[in-house]
Design a protein around this ligand. Structure first.
Ligand code: HEM
Length: 472
């Protein structure tokens, strides 16, 4: 326990997320894309594997990671310690246990014989969905009192970020509730594929209501320390509401009921929302000063606090600090470059839809630009900046590994996304073979990225602790 009543960082969330990513999500993705790229046979129940991969990545890898960091981060930002500590201990086992039970049930169902085995697997799927939902409810029950309380009416670092964390909570509840329904349907019918249109919508919900807002909220707070950029000056809260309005149009337009009732109108509404949302996101990225500095850098950034135990060195020392940390900020920079790229492509596509033009855009490529290029690289970069500090470690165990994580991470996004954006039908056969080969290798590159990140963090956790960090 530190000098305050705040709880120490629970690193088991990070180890579980990395383990599920390496054994489950990334391995399944790598296997599927290998088979697709080399034109080998796909598993008979391919849609089940695809959905299992997506769900493992979104819940097992990304959600657990965000939960672990936010349980440490949000109470400190709000200046209110966590109270419901016993409930906190249920979050990880319920979420991870439910996810694993559900995934095993779905993947083994096809090869189990009739009778008792299938009954047990159906029960595992149904129970897994509910257990995963209960894990999320435990998380919200633990964090809601912290996020809603204002210590003696004081302004806190959380105030302007509240709309983003509220979107995160709403998005997770919606996604998890849909998955309880999917799991119940699968268990009832024995068809282990979630309804495709609803499942696609659930992925949109997760991306738009959870991942973009939470990535922005963490960036507003951390990028000044990680990238040495000036703090944002924009009215962050108001931009959050504008983003929510645009997202409501996107999700309303892409909703299966709207698409079923009036597809043309629904797609137009979604395209309008996409134009507005992409515009807002590009403006927010610009305002973060990630690529171009438009404001001077104030010196308050050298403050030391529990949230920022390793503040940036003075400019002349930055070069000399490299042996301790490597350059995780390059991972963050490239993550933002992928976000800007994906958002621009989506903006062009949505604008073309509005004016009646057409160009084909692979939704799979766009989704992976955001999920792999932005979210995964951002997590890899931020984790190597934050986790050592949270664990009171003086440095990264292997700073030189960071450059390899950067190389493999970006290679995996390039190989996973670019081949799908090319007009393959109009390319010569050699170029098509090269594109398919790149696609096949993308999964392995991504797996290596996560394995190297996990190894570096694990070895860092084994280093000796520095003295306790002073708390502001
Ligand atoms: C290089 C690494 C990755 C590979 C090789 C990969 C592979 C795949 C493949 C082959 C599909 C099926 C595409 C189709 O429908 O034809 C897919 C879908 C998907 N992937 Fe990935 N993926 C990777 C990384 C990620 C990451 C990091 C995330 C999330 C954080 C993610 C989330 C998803 C989701 C949500 C879907 C859609 C699932 C569904 O339709 O239910 N993937 N991926």
């Amino acid at each position: 326990m530190s000098a305050t009543r705040h709880r120490e960082f629970d690193v088991t969330f990070i180890w579980t997320a990395l383990l599920i990513a390496l054994v489950g999500g990334f391995t399944i993705g790598a296997y599927l894309i290998w088979q697709i790229g080399l034109q080998h046979n796909l598993p008979e129940d391919f849609p089940v594997w695809v959905q299992a991969h997506g769900h493992l990545q979104l819940v097992g890898c990304v959600r657990l990671f965000i939960m672990g960091i936010s349980l440490f981060f949000i109470p400190r930002l709000a200046g209110v310690p966590l109270e419901r500590r016993r409930r906190q201990e249920w979050i990880l086992p319920l979420t991870a246990g439910g996810l694993i039970a559900q995934t095993i049930g779905r993947l083994l169902y096809g090869c189990a014989g009739e009778g008792l085995a299938r009954g047990c697997l159906r029960a595992a799927v149904a129970m897994g969905g509910v257990t995963e939902w209960l894990g999320l409810m435990a998380y919200i029950a633990v964090l809601a009192p912290v996020a809603l309380r204002r210590p003696q009416g004081k302004n806190t670092g959380l105030d302007k970020l509240r709309p983003y964390f509220a979107m995160m909570a709403a998005g997770w509840v919606l996604y998890a509730t849909l998955w309880v329904w999917f799991a119940a349907q699968m268990a009832g019918t024995g068809d282990m594929v979630a309804p495709r249109d609803w499942n696609q919508w659930a992925v949109e919900v997760e991306l738009a209501l959870v991942l973009f807002p939470v990535a922005y909220a963490f960036s507003v707070r951390n990028l000044p320390y990680f990238l040495y950029v000036p703090p944002v000056t924009a009215p962050v809260g108001r931009w959050g509401y504008a983003y929510l309005g645009a997202t409501a149009l996107v999700l309303g337009g892409l909703h299966p009921w709207a698409l079923g009732a009036a597809p043309r109108t629904a797609l137009t509404i979604a395209a309008l929302g996409r134009v507005a949302r992409d515009g807002i996101m590009l403006w927010l990225v610009w305002d973060l000063n990630v690529f171009v500095r438009t404001r001077p850098l104030p010196y308050i950034l050298a403050e030391r606090s529990e949230l920022n135990p390793n503040p940036p060195p003075k400019p002349w020392r930055r070069w000399f600090d490299r042996p301790r940390w490597g350059r995780p900020e390059w991972l963050i920079l490239t993550a933002y470059a992928w976000l800007a790229f994906g958002t621009t492509v989506d903006l062009l596509h949505a604008s073309a839809t509005l004016i009646g033009g057409r160009f084909a855009l692979s939704q799979d490529a766009l989704r992976h630009t955001f999920l792999l290029g932005f979210i995964t690289l951002l997590i890899c970069g931020m984790a190597q900046k934050m986790v050592p500090g949270f664990l009171h470690k003086p440095r990264l165990a292997y700073p030189s590994l960071v450059i390899w994580i950067l190389v493999f991470g970006n290679a995996s996004v390039l190989c996973r996304v670019v081949p799908l954006l090319l007009p393959l039908g109009r390319l010569p056969p050699r170029a098509i073979s090269a594109a398919m080969l790149a696609l096949a290798w993308s999964g392995l590159f991504a797996w290596i990225t996560i394995a190297l990140t996990g190894w570096n963090l694990w070895q860092t956790a084994c280093l000796r602790r520095t003295g306790d960090v002073p708390v502001r």
